[in-house]
Design a protein around this ligand. Structure first.
Ligand code: ZN
Length: 470
């Protein structure tokens, strides 16, 4: 690994000489049990918001606590922003997951400690530790120059871990307040230790539930079997038809808007050197089937899918009971790729299961949620600036990755603000997020602070969206 080159001696020196204070301050933040899903911690959540608000105020930002439909969020922005500079919006969350089972923690979750180069505490990686780097980096600019090279905004929420959509609603209702040229989020992982990554693609999601209803009660399968349509048989047959023998999804129009994976992208993904055998082994399997003509990495990062998430019908208790069930239901979801319209896909799923519904069965269809996929053009100037930043801060150019999962808030930013989102995670998959003994690599905490400071400088030269408008 080459030695990272300091970009501006002043703020880099400032950052390097304040490591101890940064750790002390992070420990203070980590010691507040801001568990958003437990009402007993409501005051702790509010106290954390205030702690952050005070810190942002001390950086000469216009900071305030804002109401959402859930817990309070913290919003801050540059006072008197310069219209010639781009505006960077930092998003993060200060709430944390519950800590149970407590007995599996080696040290108390809200008494942070450093051990073997890792900070152990609930929220260390997800997301207080990562989020705090984007407060400290810009703060170093303010402390050394009295200003920042770009306009900044912050929206830091306290509901991410409680499953609500308070921030999604807030973003969509406050697009003007949050208007920016680019969004920066560090709430994810690097590709591997020492290998920073820029995640440029997330899959979307369409989550539905299909309920096939037959007779008005469970029936004797001897007396009625063969005469009455069995909803479980019917639902299984319909589900079995969703994939053809090449493992393509058969919902009408499912692939209509899907772009083929370009050669450059195929090469980029192959170049990551992901060991697919090891990947399968991590799930406890030795082989898998899927859409033909694609690698396993392409299949779960860049291709749309259909999966049954849960299926219930009839008798599932001990021993046997010969019934013909009255009802069969399945929860199912599709992961979506860029340009697929989730509403169209949901309608297509509904139509498919309606058409597959045989005589004697009626269907109930529930839409649980949907969100579109996100893709960021890797040639966009913000991505290029981020890549340079990571190279300087981590001493290695980043990997460009996609992720098979979905982050609804990223879709909200993309749709409501029409700005690219930079997903720059400083964590590792071994950080035990949501589990006992959550941790965050101490060196990556400090590299993340440097990266955040360097990022401001790298982004400063990019022309803002509003330029030329008047
Ligand atoms: Zn998180």
């Amino acid at each position: 690994m080459s030695n990272p080159i300091p970009e501006n001696p002043d703020y880099i020196e400032y950052i390097e000489s304040h490591k101890d204070e940064y750790e002390k301050d992070l420990f203070e933040l980590l010691s507040i049990p801001s568990i958003s899903s437990q009402t007993i911690h409501e005051a702790d959540v509010a106290r954390t918001a205030q702690w952050i608000c005070d810190r942002l105020t001390s950086m000469n930002l216009d900071a305030q606590i804002v109401e959402t439909t859930g817990h309070p969020a913290v919003f801050a922005q540059t006072k008197n922003p310069n219209p010639d500079l781009p505006t960077i919006l930092f998003y993060g969350h200060y709430d944390v997951q519950p800590v149970d089972p407590l007995n599996l923690w080696k040290t108390p979750p809200f008494e942070p400690v450093i051990n073997d180069g890792f900070i152990y505490a609930r929220g260390a990686s997800d997301d207080k530790g990562q989020m705090f780097t984007h407060i400290l980096g810009p703060e170093a600019w303010y402390k050394t120059t009295g200003s920042m090279p770009v306009n900044v905004k912050y929206i830091l929420e306290g509901d991410e871990e409680s499953g609500g959509d308070a921030m999604d609603t807030f973003v969509r209702n406050n697009a003007d307040l949050l208007a920016c040229d680019c969004v920066v989020i560090s709430d994810s992982q690097m590709f591997a230790p020492g290998r920073p990554a820029i995640c440029y693609g997330l899959r979307g999601l369409a989550y539905v539930e299909v309920i096939y209803k037959g007779p008005n009660k469970d029936l004797h399968s001897g007396t009625f079997g063969g005469a009455i349509t069995n909803p479980a048989n019917a639902l299984c047959k319909a589900i079995a038809g969703v994939h053809d023998d090449k493992y393509n999804v058969t919902f009408p129009g499912f692939y209509a808007d899907v772009e083929n994976i370009q050669l450059a992208e195929q090469e980029r993904l192959a170049g990551l050197g992901i060991d697919e055998t090891e990947f399968l082994a991590s799930a406890g399997v030795t082989d898998s089937v899927g859409e033909s003509g694609y690698t396993i990495t392409e299949r779960h990062w860049a291709r749309p899918t259909f999966d049954v998430n849960g299926i219930i019908s009839g008798y599932t208790g001990e021993g046997s009971k010969t019934v013909l069930p009255a009802v069969a239901s399945a929860k199912m979801s599709c992961r979506l790729v860029p340009y697929q319209d989730p509403e169209k896909i949901v309608e297509s799923i509904r139509q498919y299961f309606q058409d597959a519904c045989p005589p004697g069965i009626t269907m109930e269809f529930i839409v649980h949620s949907y969100t579109p996929a996100v893709i960021v053009d890797v040639n966009n100037p913000f991505v290029k600036a981020a890549a340079k930043t990571l190279e300087k801060a981590f001493g290695r150019s980043p990997e460009f990755t996609r992720d098979g999962g979905s982050i609804p808030i990223v879709s909200a930013f993309t749709e409501a603000l029409n700005s690219p989102v930079l997903l720059l995670g400083w964590g590792q998959i071994t950080d035990n997020i949501h589990s006992p003994n959550e941790r965050f690599c101490l060196a990556d905490f400090h590299r993340g602070i440097k990266a955040s400071a360097i990022l401001l400088k790298q982004l400063a030269g990019i022309e803002p969206k509003s330029a030329g408008k008047e």
